[in-house]
Design a protein. Structure first.
Length: 556
C-alpha cells in the first residue's frame, strides 16, 4: 500500500473507502475505469471523473485505470468520438497503457449472460409497446402492473430472444426485461429493459447485431469481466446501483465490483448536458465541438487552457457526496494561477490609438530589451522591442477628462511606456465627430528602460507597440458562453436565449513583431487552427478579472 493511501486525514470519502478495502485485505490493489459513451466530445465534467479514476489508480501500487467505451447504442456513436476522447484523456496527462476496452467486444458474452437469466426464469421477452411499458410501470406513489407477457415460459423466451437476434422482428416489437418486482419502491427495479431491437449498423460491429444491450446491463457486467474493484460514477446513477448489484448477483461470475457515487461537476454560466451541447453545435450557435466558448476539453484546449490548470481545478473542487454548483470564477482562477507561472509577457494593442512623440527624431528607430517574465527575467531571457516616433497605445489608456483615480495618460500627464520611456501628453487631435484620433506627446530621453535617473515617480505604466513595426492580428476575445448563471434551469430549449452576445468579440489588433513566430502560450494563445505567421490569430484564454462585470452589466 502506498504512503498516500495509508493516511486517513484529508482523504476524500472515495479514497478512504479504497484505503479501508486495502487495509482489510478485501483488495490487493485498485482497478478503476473511465467509461465514456462515444456519442459526443468530453467536457470539463468528464475531466473531473478522469482525474478521479486515473488519479486514484495511480496512487496505488499495481493500480490500473481502464479506458472503456460503453458503445451499445449504434444510433448515436461514432469513431470520431472515440478518437476525440482518447486524445482528450492523453492531453489531460493520463495513460490507460494496454487497458483499452470496448463494450461492443463483449456483445457475444453479454448475449450469453442474458440467456442465462432467461434460463433461470429471471428475464422474459415482453411484447408491450414503449408507451404501454411506461403505463404499466406505475408512478412513484403507485405500484406497477405485471406485463401480460411476464409469465412466458423459459422455452418461449429463449425462442423469441433467439429470433430477435436473427432479425425476424421490427424495432420495438419485443424487448428483453429483467423479472424483478413491479411494486418495487425504486422504479429502476420494475422489470427494467435489458435488450432492445435496433436495425442499425454499429460503427464497430457493422450489421452483425440487430439487438443491443441496455447501458445498465452492459456497464456492470463489463466492470465484472474486467475485474474493476471500484466503479465510480456520478450521483444520477445512485438509483441504478440496486440494478447494478442485482445483475451482478444473478449472472454467473466470480467477481463483484462495487459501485460508488460522487457528486458530478455542475458549473455556472455554461451547460454540461451532452444533449444540449449537441444542440449548440448542430444548431450553429457555436463553431463546433472545439469552439473555445464551450466547456468541452477540445474547446478548452483550443482556447489555450493548459491540462495542468484543469487538473488543479479538479483538485480544488474535490470529491463530495452532494451535488453543488461551482462558480466559473474558480476555474478562471485556476487558469490564471497556472498561467502566472509559465506565461511569457509580450505586448499587443487591442483598440489602437495613435501616439506621435514630437521630440523623437523622425528618422530614428531603436531596439529596447524587454523581459518575457518581468518578475524573473532569467527564466526566458529578453526579446528586442522596436521603438519609434509613432506608436499605438490602448484607447482605454487615455482619457481627456479623467476621474481622480485614473492614473493612465491624460492631457498634461506623464506616464511610463513599459520597458521604454516616460512620455507626457501635450496635445489631442480629434476628427469632425469629436472623437480622439491621435495624441501628441514628448518623451524624456533620460528615462530609457522605464526608469528615471532623478528618481521621479509616475503612477501609470501602459503598454504600446511601434506603429512602423506593428503586426496586424486578429484577436478573439472569448468570454462566458451564457449571460445567466443557470441558463438551463428553465424549459429544455430556453437556454439558447441566454447566450451571452459578447461571448465572442473579434477585434483587429496590432502586436509586437516577436509574435509573428509565436509559439502557443501566454494569456493570448495562438489559435492552433487559424494562426499563421502571415496572418496571426490569437485567442484570449481567460478574461481580465474585472471584464465580466462589464459584460454582465450589459445584459441586465
Amino acid at each position: 500500500m502506498s504512503t498516500h493511501m495509508k493516511r486517513t486525514a484529508g482523504l476524500d470519502f472515495i479514497r478512504q473507502i479504497a484505503a479501508d478495502d486495502l487495509a482489510s485485505g478485501k483488495h490487493k490493489t485498485v482497478i478503476t475505469r473511465f467509461p465514456p459513451e462515444p456519442n459526443g466530445y468530453l467536457h470539463i465534467g468528464h475531466a473531473k471523473s478522469i482525474t478521479l479514476n486515473f488519479g486514484l489508480a495511480s496512487e496505488i501500487p499495481g493500480g490500473q485505470c481502464h479506458l472503456r467505451f460503453d458503445d451499445s447504442n449504434p444510433e448515436t456513436e461514432d469513431m470520431e468520438y472515440v478518437e476525440a476522447i482518447k486524445r482528450d484523456v492523453k492531453w489531460l496527462g493520463f495513460d490507460w497503457d494496454k487497458h483499452l476496452y470496448f463494450a461492443s467486444d463483449y456483445f457475444e458474452k453479454l448475449y450469453g449472460f442474458a440467456v442465462s437469466l432467461i434460463e433461470a426464469n429471471k428475464a422474459y421477452v415482453c411484447s408491450l409497446s414503449e408507451e404501454e411499458i411506461r403505463k404499466y410501470r406505475g408512478t412513484v406513489t403507485q405500484p406497477g402492473t405485471d406485463s401480460p407477457y411476464r409469465n412466458r415460459t423459459a422455452a418461449e423466451n429463449l425462442d423469441l430472444f433467439e429470433r430477435m437476434r436473427s432479425g425476424e422482428f421490427a424495432d420495438g416489437k419485443h424487448v428483453l426485461r429483467a423479472k424483478i418486482d413491479m411494486a418495487a419502491p425504486n422504479m429502476k427495479m420494475r422489470d427494467p429493459l435489458l435488450y432492445r431491437i435496433r436495425h442499425a449498423p454499429h460503427y464497430r460491429t457493422g450489421n452483425t447485431w440487430c439487438i443491443y444491450p441496455m447501458y445498465d446491463f452492459t456497464h456492470c457486467l463489463s466492470d465484472a469481466m474486467e475485474g474493476i474493484t471500484h466503479s465510480l460514477c456520478t450521483l444520477e446513477f445512485e438509483n441504478n446501483r440496486a440494478l447494478y448489484e442485482w445483475i451482478i448477483d444473478n449472472v454467473p461470475g466470480p467477481f463483484k465490483p462495487r459501485q460508488i457515487e460522487f457528486a458530478r461537476l455542475n458549473l455556472n454560466y455554461t451547460v454540461m448536458s451532452k444533449r444540449k451541447l449537441v444542440e449548440l453545435v448542430e444548431g450553429g450557435h457555436v463553431s463546433g465541438w472545439d469552439d473555445p466558448r464551450l466547456p468541452t476539453i477540445a474547446g478548452l484546449r483550443r482556447r489555450g487552457v493548459t491540462p495542468e490548470s484543469i487538473r488543479s481545478f479538479c483538485d480544488r473542487i474535490g470529491v463530495a457526496r452532494a451535488n453543488s454548483v461551482v462558480d466559473m470564477a474558480l476555474l478562471e482562477n485556476s487558469i490564471r494561477d497556472d498561467l502566472n507561472l509559465k506565461a511569457p509577457r509580450v505586448m499587443g494593442v487591442l483598440d489602437p490609438l495613435k501616439v506621435v512623440i514630437l521630440n523623437y527624431p523622425e528618422d530614428r528607430d531603436e531596439e529596447l530589451d524587454a523581459p518575457y517574465f518581468p518578475d524573473d527575467p532569467p527564466k526566458m531571457g529578453y526579446r528586442k522591442v522596436p521603438f519609434s516616433r509613432e506608436l499605438y497605445i490602448e484607447r482605454r489608456d487615455f482619457m481627456e477628462d479623467p476621474p481622480k483615480k485614473f492614473f493612465r495618460l491624460a492631457p498634461g500627464r506623464e506616464v511610463r511606456l513599459r520597458w521604454a520611456y516616460f512620455i507626457t501628453c501635450v496635445d489631442v487631435k480629434k476628427n469632425e465627430q469629436g472623437e480622439v484620433v491621435e495624441l501628441h506627446c514628448n518623451y524624456d530621453p533620460q528615462t530609457r528602460g522605464g526608469d528615471s535617473p532623478d528618481g521621479r515617480r509616475v503612477k501609470g505604466t501602459i503598454h504600446w507597440v511601434s506603429a512602423s513595426h506593428a503586426v496586424p492580428a486578429q484577436v478573439r476575445l472569448y468570454d462566458r458562453l451564457f449571460a445567466e448563471p443557470m441558463p438551463d434551469s428553465g424549459k429544455d430549449s430556453d437556454f439558447i436565449q441566454h447566450i451571452n452576445p459578447h461571448s465572442l468579440d473579434i477585434v483587429d489588433a496590432v502586436v509586437e513583431r516577436s509574435l509573428c513566430d509565436a509559439m502557443p502560450g501566454g494569456y493570448f494563445f495562438t489559435d492552433p487552427e487559424d494562426h499563421t505567421a502571415g496572418s496571426p490569430v490569437f485567442n484570449r484564454i481567460v478574461p481580465l478579472r474585472d471584464s465580466w462585470a462589464k459584460v454582465a452589466g450589459k445584459s441586465k
